[in-house]
Design a binder for this molecule. Sequence first.
Ligand code: UTP
Length: 293
Amino acid sequence: MSSFKVRKAVIPVAGLGTRFFPASKAIPKEMIPIVDVPVIQHIVEEAVQSGIQEIILITARNKEAIENHFDLNYELEDALEKKGKKDLAELSRSIGQMCQLVAIRQKTPLGLGHAVLCAAPWIKDEPFAVLLGDDLVDAEVPCTQQLIDVFEREQASVVGVMKVPKDQVSKYGIVSGKMITTKLMEVSHLVEKPSPAEAPSQLAIPGRYILSPSIFGFLRKTVIGQGGEIQLTDALSSFAQKEKLLAYQFDGDRYDTGDRLGLIDATLAFALKRADLAEGVRELLKKYGEPFQ
Ligand code: UTP
């Protein structure tokens, strides 16, 4: 590894989004808004606020809207200016200038591990962050920044984890190992989507990682696993046998916006934090909270 500075982030968005059919048929599910900001914008903002300078988007057919969202749109910005909507024109420009973005096609959705491997030629010999394109973390210190702090202090790869109820473990990659502090574990192995009986712990990886580029060697050797996909979790388990891998219980509220209820949860939580919407949303909640007659 040539440096210990994390400058690049891989954001995989090439999945089919089947849980959001038919909405995801022609638009990427990552463009579905939390109120009025697309999910992917929240994730890119987290990366940028954590000091990431270059985003490598692992994308697919029908996902061009994501690249367009982070580009300038002169025609639109000009039309907004002419209508006297200077603030909206400025907002559009600021999103277009938010980050340096490279898009790479994952031609077949062979799984998250394969998606990350597609970034290897652009990452080269540097450590990098991975943020899943449908996982939101609302935190005072951005989740990726929290993990970068651990990475820089411990000089070791680190996955973000959160404690989940036992009946939820089969939705995640689960870590096991030795607790070093109350929030930090040295990982010995990982299992993708175990049954509650097989789960080695209740510490789940929702979708934030800081990885050494040596993970690519392990990904190349990883065979097809759970769900017929090349799993990042399986490559990380082999990695943990050879190199130090940490798991850090990050601070913040996490939302799975790739799940329908998760999206509704995130929408309500973010809307209730907005001064222009909170009161109206509370009224709505009262209406739906009343028992049906
Ligand atoms: P998910 O399994 O949550 O997303 O993958 P999905 O496949 O799009 O959704 P469903 O289950 O069909 O509804 C987690 C992340 O990994 C990306 C997805 O885009 C998502 O951001 N991913 C997944 C890829 O980029 N490539 C893949 O082959 C699989």
